[in-house]
Design a protein around this ligand. Structure first.
Ligand code: 6GU
Length: 242
């Protein structure tokens, strides 16, 4: 998979050199390009923002640098990302659809993702309209709170989708036994020693009875989900428990 990121803080993504994602890049499973939006400005101050039409607080990101940066990444043909398997443009935004494990799975199947990190009060709407008319564009939010910019959100999305790309996580079994993969929160885990600070591991886990252990874990998942995230059980989320 190829991933391009447009940002005014390219150094933010230096950490993608390390850990699982760093290994995936070294092995060629993920090819990453980080682009400085200011390289696509033409004034001495490398200006990327301006005051909003209609007034109001804050600054809006100008369409011109975005257009030039995205055209350069998407290729010389500005309509090149129109095909279904062409690049998918993703703008992190608190005004977007909520990012879920199901969206992470969709994104992990793509060949080319292009993330556009907005700052200030947002990006001129015409950038979304222009590329939305020519190809696939998604606005995606991490949740109902406000970040200063899209960089941390993009990092979270890349980590979530990257580990779903075949070969990135060594043992694929470990992917299915996690919170949200089956629409429920994960069960509690324990390792040695069997007693720590007077706290004991639930005896069933030491019983060797794999059927009973599987039943207990399922009950724990249901109990935890009911208590902490009842919304996951009543179908308010896009994740359907199965
Ligand atoms: Cl994706 N971006 C910003 N700026 N704030 C957010 C967010 C994204 N998701 C939640 N808050």
């Amino acid at each position: 998979m190829r991933i391009d990121i447009v940002t005014i803080f390219p150094e933010f993504f230096d950490v993608l050199d390390i850990s699982l994602l760093g290994k995936a890049r070294q092995s060629g499973l993920i090819e990453l390009g980080v682009h400085d939006l200011r390289d696509y400005t033409h004034d001495r101050h490398r200006t990327v923002d301006d005051t909003p039409y209609g007034g109001g607080a804050g600054m809006v990101m100008k369409p011109q640098p975005w257009g030039e940066a995205l055209d350069a990444i998407l290729g010389h043909d500005p309509d090149a990302h129109a095909d279904a398997d062409g690049p998918l443009l993703i703008f992190p935004s608190p005004a977007g659809e909520r990012f879920t494990q199901s969206i992470a799975r969709d994104l992990a199947d793509e060949r080319h993702l292009v993330f556009g990190c907005g700052r200030y009060e947002g990006i001129d709407q015409r950038v979304f309209d222009h590329y939305g008319a020519r190809g696939r564009v998604r606005l995606v939010s991490l949740g109902d709170y406000v970040l200063n910019g899209g960089e941390v959100a993009v990092m979270a999305m890349i980590e979530a989708l990257g580990r779903l790309i075949p070969g990135v996580v060594g043992n694929p079994e470990s992917l299915v036994q996690e919170s949200h993969e089956d629409g429920l929160l994960e069960y509690p885990s324990y390792t040695k020693p069997a007693e720590w600070r007077s706290l004991e591991v639930p005896p069933i886990l030491l019983s060797g009875n794999h059927g009973a252990i599987a039943t207990w874990r399922r009950e724990q998942q249901l109990e935890r989900t009911r208590r902490v995230r009842p919304d996951l059980l009543v179908g308010e989320s896009s994740e359907t428990p199965h």
